[in-house]
Design a protein around this ligand. Structure first.
Ligand SMILES: NC(=O)c1ccc[n+]([C@@H]2O[C@H](COP(=O)([O-])OP(=O)(O)OC[C@H]3O[C@@H](n4cnc5c(N)ncnc54)[C@H](OP(=O)(O)O)[C@@H]3O)[C@@H](O)[C@H]2O)c1
Length: 281
């Protein structure tokens, strides 16, 4: 028997006003004619555990989790996927078989968008250079390792954090000094900005793309603005640019499927909707 009860999901964070997830999921609910809702829930850090352990009582099939609750969500999950375990954080929760499941879909979101936007990115088997060593960097390093990359270099402003990330993932991942990033950028096949530099047009990771190898790819996970100065400079020097919006859209796919039972498509229409929102902000 098919249930006609509306399904509900939400995104929790503190603060939460900035989240674009409701725009994405509401678009899909309408697109697939699903009776359901996706809302923003402001949850204080001290209330996260209680909130996620009572999702069913609150009428939710699950939720997305954003800053600063991803680690707490990971701890609360009874069952965790491989990426959540590798990263130590969960951004997607759902109830299944009476248990709370937790996943980190940033890895999937980043790698799917990279594969679609720059097919053959690993054709030369070159090292990958990651700028930054925060939570997003961790999810992305895991994605590259799973994809079979043999050498990943991490450059982070605070060297200690780069060392910690490299130690966590083992011998294929190497920390380098932030000041040495341009010395290795020329040998990299993919350069990824996972720092906050470039957000709202402020700052720039300072990569000299003029000496990069032919066919190299530059990916930025910052998506406000959509075309960061990092991407602009990379494209001007002939690199393939991969923007941060695709990661945001693709990371939303697994959660929607778990909560609402339909695997949604990331379409140009959806992208245009979010671009308009970014440009209007
Ligand atoms: N597209 C998407 O779907 C998506 C998903 C997740 C995150 N993001 C974006 O990715 C960025 C990072 O997120 P996160 O969660 O990893 O944040 P995070 O854990 O706070 O890490 C921030 C990173 O930025 C570096 N950084 C900050 N200011 C810097 C500066 N002035 N110079 C050099 N490095 C600086 C930090 O270096 P230190 O360690 O030295 O402080 C750290 O490596 C944010 O802009 C976020 O919005 C996008």
């Amino acid at each position: 028997m098919t249930s006609t009860t509306a399904k509900r999901a939400c995104v929790i964070g503190w603060p939460i006003e900035h989240s674009r997830s409701p725009l994405i999921h509401s678009y899909w609910l309408k697109r697939y004619g699903i009776k359901g809702s996706y809302t923003k829930e402001a949850v204080k850090p001290e209330d996260v555990k209680a909130f996620v352990s009572t999702l069913a009582e609150r009428g939710f099939a699950g939720c997305n989790v954003t800053v600063p609750h991803k680690e707490a969500a990971f701890s609360a999950a009874d069952v965790k996927d491989d990426s959540a375990i590798a990263v130590g954080a969960a951004n997607t929760l759902w109830l299944e078989g009476g248990k709370l499941h937790g996943a980190n879909t940033d890895t999937y979101g980043f790698m799917t968008h990279l594969d679609l936007s720059a097919p053959g990115w690993n054709a030369q088997n070159a090292p990958v250079l990651i700028l930054g060593a925060g939570g997003a960097a961790r999810a992305i390093v895991y994605g590259f390792l799973k994809a079979g990359v043999a050498r990943i270099l991490i450059a982070n402003r605070s060297r200690r954090r780069a060392d910690q990330l490299a130690d966590h993932f083992g011998e294929k991942v190497c920390a380098i000094d932030w000041d040495k990033r341009n010395d290795v950028a020329c040998e990299a096949g993919v350069i990824v900005n996972t720092t906050t530099l470039g957000m709202k047009g402020v700052g720039d990771p300072g990569i000299d793309f003029s000496r990069c190898r032919a066919g190299a790819v530059a990916a930025d996970i910052v998506y406000v603005p959509l075309e960061t100065s990092f991407l602009k400079s990379a494209r001007a020097k002939g690199l393939t640019g991969v923007d941060g919006l695709g990661m945001l859209l693709h990371q939303a796919v697994p959660g929607f499927e778990k909560w609402f039972g339909v695997r949604p498509q990331v379409t140009q229409d959806l992208r245009d909707l979010i671009v308009a929102d970014i440009e209007g902000a």
